[in-house]
Design a protein around this ligand. Structure first.
Ligand code: FAD
Length: 400
């Protein structure tokens, strides 16, 4: 277990208490009813867990990424949906705006989050998933701002989020200048909420299309890192490393929760006249789960710790942590269900929900495969472009 400062540990203890006494009892219902847990958002806000990384000058607590990650892990043991809300109200779009926004943009984002909003980050499109830089949404330069047209999908919080950070190709004088980031609020003309995806897990948060139809974004709501509106994407990718560590922490927390249930069950459940805990075949499954969790936890803490105050974690540490935590969560939740036998398969217990909730973390926010390419690139010191054009590859042809 990592050493936390007194204030970081206080945040973790608050999160643990809230998760155990309040969120655990609501998680199944939120999943079943597929509804956004506004009552949990209120409880998180009252406990100072949303917007905790916002600087004190803007009304937050100025908490470290490590404190936020510790809180996320505790909450995810009992309610992954609430843990994701803590991620997105402390990292993600908020982090990008706090790092690269104007004073007015920072104030807007901080006020909204502290009032209970979970910002939405809008990158993915039907034709641009892992290949995010191939997005087709455009932001055409007009007098006083930009006009956005296009369609995003799999946007977490679509329909409940107020603040949207939208990525689009900046078109100026008919020329494609690269990808920029634009801030818009729900309800703006031209920002539509499309179809909701029927998801496997994490059902309390809507994943929807965001339809952009002539959305006007004034100059003062364009995120302009380094004085260039078309630098938005490159900079966001730096900010996104914090979100990745947050996602890894949710996966880790879900897996820790499932592990705890499995350990208890092995002690309680008897077959052949003895507790399951006495069977070596099961002991070894539990031991492997424990080893994998310890390794994942170490990488998550290392990545969180690598973030300087007010800054972002190391990119490779973040990718390594997300790969291992996500894959460990898939394996450990499944093993925990297996150790419960039919009882684990029943919806009367949280195991099947944990299996479903854990499944997304090797996909969303950078797939396990794409992150491996990122890690390999860092280890080899090589740029590893994936398009045929950049690599000079010919298309694969069928065998004669
Ligand atoms: P694809 O890119 O089509 O990939 C399909 C498969 O091919 C994957 O296994 C992938 O790893 C593999 N693959 C693709 N390219 C390569 C390659 N070059 N080398 C090796 N393997 C490759 N997006 C947002 O913008 N905002 C959000 O809030 C958001 N929330 C999400 C929430 C959930 C629950 C999910 C599931 C997704 C969310 N996403 C969001 C989208 C997410 O970021 C994308 O799903 C992800 O980037 C992968 O894109 P894709 O699903 O289109 O898969």
């Amino acid at each position: 277990m990592v050493d936390l400062t007194q204030s970081e540990d206080a945040i973790r203890r608050t999160a643990r208490h809230l998760a155990e006494t309040v969120f655990a009892g609501r998680a199944a219902e939120i999943d079943r009813e597929e509804r956004y847990p506004w009552e949990n958002v209120e409880a998180l806000r009252d406990a100072g867990l949303t917007g905790m990384t916002i600087p004190i000058a803007l009304g937050g607590r100025g908490a470290s990424l490590l404190a936020a990650v510790a809180a996320v892990t505790e909450i995810a043991r009992h309610c992954a949906v609430s843990a994701r809300i803590v991620v997105e109200t402390n990292m993600g779009a908020l982090g990008a705006i706090l790092a690269y926004g104007t004073d007015a943009q920072k104030r807007l984002a901080a006020d909204l989050v502290l009032a209970g909003d979970k910002p939405a980050i809008c990158i993915t499109e039907p034709g641009a998933g892992s290949a995010a830089t191939q997005m087709a949404t455009t932001a055409r330069r007009v007098a006083g701002g930009y006009v956005l047209d296009g369609a995003k999908h799999w946007i977490t919080g679509g329909g409940v989020s107020r603040l949207h950070l939208i990525f689009a190709r900046v078109i100026e004088g008919g020329r494609d200048r690269g990808i920029g980031a634009f801030i818009a609020l729900r309800g703006a003309e031209g920002l539509g909420i499309g179809r909701r995806e029927p998801t496997m897990g994490l059902r309390g948060i809507p994943e929807t299309e965001i339809l952009l139809d002539g959305l006007f974004v004034a100059d003062d709501m364009v995120l302009i890192p380094e004085g260039d509106p078309a630098r938005g994407f490159a900079k966001l990718m730096t900010a996104y490393n914090a979100q990745r560590v947050g996602a890894a922490a949710v996966a880790l927390g879900i897996a820790q929760g499932a592990f705890g249930l499995a350990r208890d069950y092995l002690r309680e459940r008897e077959q052949f006249g003895r507790p399951l805990a006495e069977f070596q075949g099961l002991q070894w499954i539990l031991a492997d789960m424990s080893v994998a969790l310890a390794a994942a936890e170490a990488l998550v803490w290392r990545a969180a710790r690598s973030a300087p105050a007010g800054g972002f974690p190391d990119m490779t540490y973040a990718a390594q942590a997300k790969i291992l935590a996500a894959e460990t969560a898939v394996k450990v939740t499944n093993d925990a269900l297996q150790l419960h036998g039919a009882a684990g398969y029943s919806r009367a217990r949280p195991l099947e929900r944990m299996v479903r909730d854990a499944r997304m973390f090797t996909i969303g926010g950078g797939t396990a495969q794409v992150l491996r390419t990122q890690v390999a690139s860092a280890e080899l010191g090589l740029k590893l472009p994936q398009t045929r054009a950049a690599r000079g590859d010919a298309p694969a042809t069928p065998l004669p």
